[in-house]
Design a protein around this ligand. Structure first.
Ligand SMILES: Nc1nc2c(ncn2[C@@H]2O[C@H](COP(=O)(O)OP(=O)(O)OP(=O)(O)O)[C@@H](O)[C@H]2O)c(=O)[nH]1
Ligand SMILES: [Mg+2]
Length: 379
């Protein structure tokens, strides 16, 4: 059997469509008083994309759903209640009704329910209100995983913050809580680093989602590139290694390396989705998703049909003449880590404000260099 793979004929759009359809989006509910910094928090965690690409749609009074084709999660942003306002008591019911309605509309389909709640409490207010307590009680009673985010911590001192944390801990001993603030500039960010628990919040959010919903969260994050790299390593690459091993369970001639190519292109597209390359601002061109994918996908396809085998010690030199499980595993693992690292480096440069393009990273020289370093690391 020979496998005739033509990089130019690969249906990238079809594969992207397929992955898009397969993606399950997590539903995150955002709560807290007016001005607590809910919108600021999500813009910081998910990038300004949420507001820009999500079409806000009222779900119930005071709750707006941000969702859209380009967004890999659904965000239920509540317009906060005014402290002391009579609206306060409605607010609790309205929020809880979102949880209930989703369950009632889709009984047994957990993927359509509210998956977690991020509860913002402004440290600047220096107190946790009864409404906060009531609402947290009721969210927890619904068995929706919840975490508190103490926002705007730049406006209090350490003692005041600790008092708030203690108050929360007293009432909910095991409840996860994080501190946060939006730093105006790099200097402030550096000074407040210990209090900006973005990574911790993301870690918590990830852990509390079913596996099938995790891709959506990771793909929506702005920045967090070390976490993305870790996620790709632990969750994405292993899936494709399994497919590749299965494909090579019956060893095939080395000349049929192309047998694995569609699996690896799918993996490439998947990894790029997690890094969300196309949504990155600051790049020379803010290319459309389809363009980025096709560009990178074609590059990988060409590379795979060409010289990739020479980077895998033991097969390049004709030691083995077949592709077996071991070779398929090595090839897929190395390729996955290489793609991930290239995405990481590109994202890092963009986040640092450098004027770079996709092609500065996805080119033969970079590919070879990174792939070699990956092989060293794996050994
Ligand atoms: N000092 C400081 N100000 C912040 C921080 N986060 C948000 N703000 C400011 O607080 C105000 C309210 O923030 P929003 O993010 O709009 O609050 P919200 O919870 O979405 O408010 P509603 O949509 O009205 O419920 C804005 O003026 C923000 O600029 C922070 O960490 N520190
Ligand atoms: Mg808001």
């Amino acid at each position: 059997m020979t496998v005739d793979f033509k990089a130019d004929k690969f249906d990238f759009d079809g594969e992207m469509e397929k992955q898009k359809r397969a993606l399950k989006k997590p539903n995150i509910l955002l709560c807290g008083a007016t001005g607590a910094g809910k919108s600021s928090l999500v813009n910081d965690v998910f990038g300004k994309r949420i507001a820009a690409v999500g079409e806000g749609e009222p779900v119930t009074r005071g709750v707006i759903l941000y969702a859209g084709d380009e967004l890999t999660l659904n965000l239920y942003d509540s317009e906060g209640y005014e402290i002391g306002d009579e609206k306060q008591s409605y607010y609790v019911d309205e929020i809880i009704s979102v949880i209930d309605k989703k369950k009632a509309a889709h009984p047994g389909e957990f993927e359509k329910h509210i998956h977690e709640a991020w509860y913002c409490i402004s440290a600047a207010n220096k107190r946790i209100t009864d409404t906060d307590f009531q609402l947290i009680d009721r969210i927890l009673a619904k068995k929706v995983p919840a975490a508190v985010v103490f926002t705007q911590v730049d406006s209090v001192d350490a003692e005041e913050l600790e008092a708030l944390q203690n108050e929360l801990r007293k009432r909910y001993p095991g409840l996860s809580a994080f501190t946060y603030c939006i730093a105006e500039d790099e200097e402030t960010a550096e000074a407040l680093k210990a209090y900006i628990q973005k990574e911790e919040l993301v870690e918590w959010a990830l852990e509390n989602l079913e596996d099938s919903l995790k891709d959506g969260l990771m793909g929506a994050l702005h920045g967090c590139i070390s976490q993305k790299r870790e996620y790709v390593k632990k969750k994405i690459i292993p899936r494709y290694v399994v497919s590749a091993s299965t494909a090579a369970a019956v060893p095939v001639p080395l000349s049929d390396a192309a047998l694995l190519t569609p699996i690896q292109i799918s993996m490439t597209i998947h990894i790029i989705k997690i890094y969300g390359l196309s949504g990155m601002s600051g790049a020379v061109t803010s290319a459309l998703e389809a363009e980025v994918m096709t560009q990178v996908g074609r590059f990988i396809a060409k590379t795979l049909t060409g010289s990739i085998l020479k980077f895998i010690p033991g097969i390049g030199q004709g030691v083995g003449s077949v592709i077996n499980v071991a070779v398929a595993t090595a090839l897929t693992t190395t390729l996955g880590h290489t793609i991930s690292q290239l995405c990481y480096l590109y994202s890092k440069a963009v986040l640092e404000g450098k004027q770079v393009g996709i092609e500065d990273y996805f080119n033969p020289e970079m590919f070879e260099q990174v792939m070699k370093s990956m092989r060293k690391r794996e050994r």
